[in-house]
Write a protein that binds this ligand. Structure first.
Ligand SMILES: Nc1ncnc2c1ncn2[C@@H]1O[C@H](COP(=O)(O)OP(=O)(O)O)[C@@H](O)[C@H]1O
Ligand SMILES: [Mg+2]
Length: 154
């Protein structure tokens, strides 16, 4: 399943429709090179969940916790870039506890955050030469069935 997202607004809109479908305990991994649009998509996911607070690239912190939105689902936004694959630091974040009230979105999480759940969605963002972002969704576990029900923009 792939989607073409020409502008940053399209990436945010895609994130919004994904965010609207997220539940407590969901794990979403965003992959793609620097500047691909992972943070932009997280901004959309936050809007879809209706959680408070600004989404940005965490410069000093590795994770930012956003309290629950109107749907009762919070958002934990992790940028694992600085972890450099150091799994111990990820354990220190105690994301298991966060997952009881939030969805967790991890930038650069592949190879690390899979350990959070058997059920997770990988959102692969590629930047084409013409700057259009091409998004491929890779469901794991229960996400295969969930994805079939999703109405995503893009
Ligand atoms: N279609 C698009 N989708 C997402 N970002 C885009 C798109 N076109 C241009 N951009 C720009 O690319 C940059 C993406 O940055 P960011 O979301 O921080 O990337 P990442 O978190 O993957 O490093 C932003 O400056 C954004 O305005
Ligand atoms: Mg980022």
């Amino acid at each position: 399943m792939t989607f073409e997202l020409p502008a940053v607004e399209d990436t945010e809109a895609f994130g919004r429709s994904l965010g609207r479908s997220l539940r407590v305990g969901d794990v979403v991994l965003l992959s793609g090179p620097l500047g691909a649009g992972k943070t932009a998509m997280t901004r959309g996911i936050a809007a879809g969940l209706g959680v408070p607070g600004r989404v940005s690239s965490p410069t000093f912190a590795i994770a930012r916790v956003h309290g629950a939105g109107p749907g009762g689902v919070g958002l934990v936004h992790v940028d694992a870039y600085r972890l450099g694959g150091d799994l111990a630091q990820l354990d220190d974040l105690d994301l298991d506890a966060d997952l009881e009230r939030s969805a967790v979105v991890v930038e650069w999480g592949e190879g690390t955050a899979e350990r959070l759940s058997d059920d997770y969605l990988v959102v692969r963002i590629d930047r084409r030469d013409d700057d259009v972002r091409v998004v491929a969704l890779e469901p794991h576990g229960a996400w295969a069935a969930r994805l079939a029900e999703l109405q995503l923009a893009g």
